[in-house]
Write a protein that binds this ligand. Structure first.
Ligand SMILES: C[S@@+](CC[C@H](N)C(=O)[O-])C[C@H]1O[C@@H](n2cnc3c(N)ncnc32)[C@H](O)[C@@H]1O
Length: 270
């Protein structure tokens, strides 16, 4: 594991907004967001992104995908046994905000969200967004029906319908590598838009492994054939996708497993 810290050259003069006509919505309950709103027809239309339909349909959209992939051991195997370490590294960053508002951008197979909710304090709240209804329904089965502290929202990471500066911490766990670069840039900008001054955005994702790491050579054919956008994270730092006009952000980067994975924590100016 290795880490470095950098003071970025950019900050957010004001929260960035990519939202179009949709007005921000307050956090709402599981029922309101996953089922009731949809059945009442009040939910904004959230189309499935093309990359998800074309590249990841088998992993996240097909009815059998949840049955196949919702296995802790399999999620851990996909990350070469590193799931727990990466999950806990992300959750550790949330500790100071256990009584604040936390946003998780995109669901994850395995127990990431369950563990996150276990760390919430009495006044803490977690909102989770995902663009695939089947993933939200699956997540719902893994969580207590605690609508006071948990909200599930059918939204796209590039168009979050939350107010600017409304979360103390935003966590984006293994989403960026699945997105084409132009989409990834918008996801990052949205995460920064909704985080409060003095809050944190936590990214955990792939990273270019060290030359001597044998997994470097194992992962090239796997990623290039199954995850066509993932190699972007080997070529560029997440910092390179931060929005223009951002400055004075505190950026901490830590790598894991010989550099194959990274955690990047961006702390915004208070
Ligand atoms: C966060 S990644 C998690 C990958 C990880 N390997 C795992 O363990 O599942 C996958 C999730 O991202 C969601 N997703 C992909 N693109 C999205 C977007 N634009 N907005 C919101 N969720 C998105 C997918 O629907 C899926 O549930």
């Amino acid at each position: 594991m290795s880490s470095e810290s950098a003071q970025g050259t950019a900050a957010l003069p004001r929260p960035l907004s990519l939202d179009r006509s949709d007005s921000p919505v307050p956090a709402t309950s599981i029922e309101d967001t996953v089922s009731l709103e949809e059945s009442r027809g009040t939910q904004a239309h959230v189309p499935l992104p093309v990359y998800l339909q074309q590249t990841y349909w088998w992993a996240y959209l097909h009815p059998a995908s949840v049955r196949i992939f919702e296995r802790q051991w399999l999620v851990n195997l996909i990350l070469w046994g590193n799931f727990a370490e990466l999950r806990d590294a992300a959750l550790k960053e949330l500790e100071p905000f256990s009584n604040g508002n936390i946003l998780q951008v995109a669901c994850v197979y395995g127990d990431f969200t369950e563990r996150l909710t276990q760390r919430l304090g009495p006044n803490g709240r977690l909102d989770v967004v995902d663009v695939a209804p089947v993933q939200l329904e699956n997540l719902k089965t893994k969580l207590d029906n605690d609508t006071l502290h948990i909200g599930l929202h059918h939204q796209d990471s590039t168009n979050l319908r939350f107010a600017d500066a409304s979360y103390d911490c935003v966590v984006v766990f293994f989403l960026l590598h699945e997105q084409p670069e132009n989409i990834r840039i918008r996801t990052i900008a949205q995460a920064l838009r909704v985080v409060k001054p003095g809050g944190k955005v936590v990214f955990v994702d792939y990273h270019r492994p060290d030359w001597l790491n044998p997994f470097r050579y194992v992962m090239i054919p796997i990623l290039t054939s199954l995850e066509p956008f993932a190699m972007d994270l080997w070529r560029k730092d997440i910092m390179e996708w931060l929005p223009d006009g951002a400055r004075d952000l505190k950026i901490d980067k830590q790598t894991f497993f010989g550099g194959l994975y990274q955690k990047v924590v961006i702390t915004t100016q208070s």
